[in-house]
Design a protein around this ligand. Sequence first.
Ligand SMILES: Cc1cc2nc3c(=O)[nH]c(=O)nc-3n(C[C@H](O)[C@H](O)[C@H](O)COP(=O)(O)OP(=O)(O)OC[C@H]3O[C@@H](n4cnc5c(N)ncnc54)[C@H](O)[C@@H]3O)c2cc1C
Length: 391
Amino acid sequence: MKINVDVVIIGGGIAGLWMLQRLRNQGYNAVLLESEALGAGQTRYAQGIIHGGTKYALTGKLTASSEAVAGMPAIWRACYQGQGEVDLSNATMISDAHYLWSTANLTSKISGFFASQVMRARTTALAPQQRPTLFRHRNFRGNIYRLDEPVFDTISVMRALAEPVMSAILAINEHTLQLGESSLQVEADNGDRFDLSFQRLLLMAGQGNAELLTAAGLSKPAMQLRPLKMVIVRGGLTDEVFAHCMGAGVNPRLTITSHQDNQGHIVWYLGGQIAEDGVNRTDAGQIAYARHELADLIPWLSQDGMQWATLDVNRAEVRHADGHRPDTYFALQQGKIITAWPTKLALAPLLAQQVLKLMAGVDKTSCNLPNWPTPSFAEFPWCESARWGMA
Ligand SMILES: Cc1cc2nc3c(=O)[nH]c(=O)nc-3n(C[C@H](O)[C@H](O)[C@H](O)COP(=O)(O)OP(=O)(O)OC[C@H]3O[C@@H](n4cnc5c(N)ncnc54)[C@H](O)[C@@H]3O)c2cc1C
């Protein structure tokens, strides 16, 4: 079947789905192709924190990263209240705030940060009775601050973005995809074949962008993968925690978010420096390290009956020639093809805004889309029982 559309997006993670809703709201005849399940890439592994930049300003100075994300919590909150550029009113905000805590022994670098202007402007110090329950324990030593950074259930965000535009999303068999200059051919996952003509093709497939660029005959932009070894733990946890623990470096030593498994048990998801360094450890070594970190940082927490697992996942982002990590989203147009990575979940709105600017000259046409197969939604890794097999 031949179909003319204005824009084809490849990839149904946060970048592609935010973009699809924005384009369709603006009257573009846009469709999205997904080869697995919506959110199946990095998005379902994200901790869901809508950073406002404090985490990137831990030297006490504003950095390019911290500036880029400063406005994101307000944009996401407006969408959640149904008053933003996309409608997230059906998504779940799992915490209204993220917290920052320090242990009693602050290094000089971190003391500087806690005394800095950035810190005073962006955080609220908490009196003992205002602390999250876990940190009201009599053995807690240190400081705890509230950051104005909401945390979202990322699969519920996928649903809120996709469901209103589901008829424009096609489940494809990626091995059949053939890219041309202004059209592509692909087989749907029920075997139906489609020939889609486009005015713009958006590559928003996360890690999948590298292969798509090769298929399109493009040698840039270059992509880099940053591996992480995250940790999940459940069993006997009664507190939901959303917090970064500051260590000696400029990255959080440990970042904890809280989720629920299929039986409704609380699961803590551990990232931060432990996940970056963890790629050099075995799974068992990483779990032993995580146990030790929790015992050191939250000594009053009993670890009896806890079940542990590791999750290996890559961040996919643009590779800069000088090797520095990207500070913000990335989008590059080459002819009709635009390649993009949001770099962070939080930055999807800014990326979409930038890509909309690249729609200049694209005519808004209309056509009736056929009743084609649509993809399902991905599950969170901690809801997959096989993940816990290694405890
Ligand atoms: C462990 C971890 C924690 C994170 N925590 C946070 C956080 O708390 N806050 C934050 O702001 N950011 C966070 N991030 C970053 C954030 O998750 C990513 O920047 C974001 O999810 C990337 O979204 P994406 O849409 O570009 O890619 P993905 O989510 O990877 O989506 C790409 C989609 O494209 C599909 N696809 C791939 N190839 C093809 C193809 N050929 N045809 C069709 N479809 C294809 C995939 O199946 C997938 O659904 C975290 C990342 C990781 C790894």
